[in-house]
Design a protein around this ligand. Structure first.
Ligand code: CIR
Length: 259
């Protein structure tokens, strides 16, 4: 079965971290209803939604993607780059420990899950303001013996690697080439976002479909023309917090629902 770990929007969401975006008022009630629609879309695509414990005092806790990387054999618990987010990992680790052997990024290294794009047995790791070389080395040491390849990628102009590039089908990456050097992914085929939608490279692939923000219609059309089934979701409030559709879940296969 497919599990999607999510977490409730915190009442303090409007105090989220921001790096590249100017602060705009966030409507927490609207964020909650968008999040409910997102969870419904996950269920429609066959996932069982499992919520991690709420963390009302952690504004960014809805962005569970940053707390872990879940692979077939192991889940790596991260050490988020923003100090305000360090406390978010414990409850997710407790939950993931029911499904996977756990490993962790240890101090002083920092890594956000949003910087890790898994394609088959390759992990592209963004070197961003949140993720450093020490974390990259730890990932490599932990995963190379398990037959994974860890590839560093420079990221500029956006928060995370997955703000700039995500996988939308086998052998197809959706990319904003202004934020990441496309050559890093050769020979994979790249589909560029529409130039008027720089934030549109973040899509959440599930099977032959992609959950995709409903406010990027031009890039959505490109995806459909490339054969991707687009499932539009509202996520305007999450976007104001510098998040996207991958950020709000950890999706992985499991033999059954853990107790
Ligand atoms: C942060 O700055 O940490 C949050 N406001 C946004 C995190 C988005 N997460 C993601 O892209 N994986």
């Amino acid at each position: 079965m497919l599990i999607a770990v999510t977490r409730a929007v915190s009442p303090t969401f409007a105090q989220c971290e921001l790096t590249h975006r100017a602060r705009e008022p966030i409507d927490v009630a609207r964020a909650e209803s968008e999040h409910a629609a997102y969870e419904d879309a996950l269920r429609t695509l066959g996932a069982t939604v499992v919520r991690a414990a709420p963390m009302p005092d952690h504004p960014d806790a809805v962005f569970v993607e940053d707390t872990a990387i879940v692979l077939g054999e192991v889940a790596l618990v991260t050490r988020p780059g923003a100090l305000s987010r360090r406390g978010e990992t414990t409850s997710v680790a407790e939950l993931l420990g029911r499904y996977r052997t756990l490993a962790s990024i240890t101090p002083p290294a920092t890594l956000d899950g949003g910087d890790v794009l898994v394609v088959g047995r390759t992990l592209y790791v963004g070197l961003s303001s949140r993720t450093d070389h020490a974390a990259l080395d730890q990932l490599d040491r932990t995963l190379r013996p398990r037959d994974y390849r860890v590839v560093p990628v420079e990221v500029t102009g956006c928060l995370h690697l997955k703000s700039a590039v995500t996988a939308v089908a086998d052998g197809l990456l959706l990319v904003n080439p202004r934020w990441v050097a496309a050559g890093a992914f050769a020979p994979t085929t790249l589909l560029p976002v529409d130039e008027t939608e720089p934030d549109a490279a973040n899509a959440l692939r599930i099977g032959d479909a992609a959950l995709f923000p409903d406010h990027h219609p031009r890039t959505a059309r490109r995806l459909e023309e490339a054969g991707v089934r687009v499932v539009p979701v509202p996520c305007g409030e999450v976007a104001k917090a510098e998040g996207g559709v991958t950020c709000c879940s950890l999706v992985f296969s499991a033999a059954s629902l853990a107790p």
